[in-house]
Write a protein that binds this ligand. Structure first.
Ligand SMILES: Cc1cc2nc3c(=O)[nH]c(=O)nc-3n(C[C@H](O)[C@H](O)[C@H](O)COP(=O)(O)OP(=O)(O)OC[C@H]3O[C@@H](n4cnc5c(N)ncnc54)[C@H](O)[C@@H]3O)c2cc1C
Length: 437
């Protein structure tokens, strides 16, 4: 029996590891997400077929920045999803399993089935773990009675479903106290929900409230001021130092604990809701936090500029699982991939090229409505804006929306995952040569 033409076309280009495949590679990359594939594409092409293995258990790759648009009903989930086989670099070997342990002293990764992969060099790009279980009652409540989360592909479509049914009452949007990926996403969906409810004619009957465990609406002052203005103009109530600690699904209530050092610190408040969008607490994956690669917080302990591990020089990390002290985004991972690839290749090839340095660049496109967006770009190291364009990106712009909704998703599939998009540094040289903002 012959395979159909479409089945042949869908066949993975990357070599899937079989039992006969080698158990030793020049380079092993843990994680086939945004950062892992950006690195594996370039390195597998450069080092040759069979030299690079990508350890990745999932059949599906998600372009997660699109989840905000999916949750607001502006894009279908299908736009954010591709079969992993279709995005795996053709010269890499896909090891379809989860890493269960790393032994950097022995240069080996143990897989979920107990087998071991040996490596000369290791790149760790496993992302960050969603921890819904850290909020009492949340795992039971999620996906029912108005509780959704754009952070989970299993629940992102429910955000839109529940918002379409919402007619009155409180709509709550939460931001946890832990490090998270895309720190702007918890509030972006509040503004898109506000617009949706207005369009549906029920806005006046819904009280929209944003509850953040942090003490500021956004980390960088310039954008914090812009977002405070947006929240105020749209009637979104902002409650700071409020950490979601419990959800009672059957009773439709959310309990918040007051953080900070004020007189009310530690006090809890219970609020009723008709709709609850939860950004879950997040934490490093257990196989990393329990490994010798971890820092005290469980993240892969790399040098903030070179991305090389501080104790194991043949190990590098980028993206959400790394200790890099900047905001965790795909935009950051793209910029980090340029530095990591340069430094790792120069080490492997012994070229002696001067080391590249990562400056903490990250970006958070704060979508505030259809065709409006505040394009925050900054260095997490300096805390200062680092904008690509000459206009003031703290203002809501239709251009910034178009760039984020229509251009960057294509750049992600066609260029970032293929290793050719490493952030906007080159564009900035022309579009904003003085980068004075
Ligand atoms: C709702 C939402 C909105 C966002 N909006 C934006 C935005 O507008 N702009 C932006 O730049 N970023 C945004 N992000 C953040 C962005 O998606 C992440 O920062 C980015 O994907 C990080 O890349 P990564 O490679 O570190 O991790 P990921 O892309 O998450 O990839 C990690 C990979 O590792 C795999 N993995 C996990 N455990 C193991 C294991 N044990 N062994 C092997 N592999 C493993 C996973 O299956 C996954 O494929 C958003 C994220 C969300 C959820």
């Amino acid at each position: 029996m012959f395979a159909s033409r479409s089945a042949v076309l869908r066949r993975p280009c990357a070599r899937l590891m079989s039992s006969a495949a080698p158990s030793s590679y020049k380079l092993v990359v843990i994680g086939g997400g945004a950062g892992g594939l950006a690195v594996a594409s370039t390195l597998s092409e450069r080092l040759g077929r069979g030299a690079v293995a990508v350890v990745e258990p999932s059949d599906v790759h998600y372009q997660q920045p699109l989840f905000t648009f999916v949750g607001a009903g502006l894009k279908p989930l299908a736009d954010a999803r591709r079969p992993m086989a279709d995005v795996m670099p053709p010269d890499a070997t896909w090891v379809r399993s989860a890493a269960a342990a790393v032994d950097p002293a022995a240069n080996a990764v143990t897989l979920a089935d107990g087998s071991r992969l040996a490596y000369d060099y290791l790149v760790v790009a496993a992302g960050i773990q969603l921890d819904f279980g850290a909020v009492r009652g949340l795992p039971e409540a999620l996906g029912k009675n108005g509780v959704a989360s754009n952070y989970s592909p299993a629940h992102v479509q429910q955000t839109f479903e529940f918002l379409q049914r919402l007619r009155h009452g409180n709509a709550l949007f939460t931001m946890p106290a832990t490090p998270i990926k895309c720190a702007g996403a918890p509030q972006k969906i509040a503004y898109l929900a506000e617009e949706l409810l207005r369009e549906r004619g029920v806005r006046d009957a819904v009280d929209i409230r944003y509850y953040s465990a942090l003490g500021k609406i956004f980390g960088v002052d310039k954008y914090a001021a812009a977002m405070s203005r947006v929240a105020e103009s749209r009637g979104v109530g902002v409650n700071l130092f409020q950490d979601l600690v419990a959800v009672d699904g059957p009773a439709n209530t959310a309990t918040f604990k007051q953080l900070g050092s004020g007189p009310d610190a530690g006090r809890t408040t219970t609020v009723s809701y008709e709709f609850l969008h939860v950004t879950p607490p997040m934490k490093p994956f257990d196989f990393l936090s329990s490994s010798p690669l971890a820092n005290a917080a469980g993240f892969v302990d790399v040098h903030p500029h070179s991305l090389q591990h501080v104790r194991f020089p043949n190990v590098y990390s980028l993206g959400d699982c790394s200790s890099l002290p900047t905001s965790k985004t795909a935009a950051a991972a793209a910029a980090q991939s340029r530095v990591l690839k340069h430094n790792l290749l120069s080490q492997i090839e012994g070229s002696g090229a001067p080391a590249a340095e990562y400056d903490g660049y990250t970006s958070c496109p704060l979508v505030t409505a259809k065709h409006k967006l505040v394009l925050a770009e900054f260095s997490g190291y300096s805390g200062k804006p680092h904008e690509t364009f000459f206009f003031n990106q703290a203002n809501e712009h239709a251009f910034s929306y178009w760039l984020t909704a229509d251009v960057l998703p294509e750049v992600y599939w066609k260029s970032m995952l293929k290793g050719t998009w490493c952030g906007p540094a080159t564009i900035r040289k022309f579009a904003n040569p003085t980068s004075s903002n």
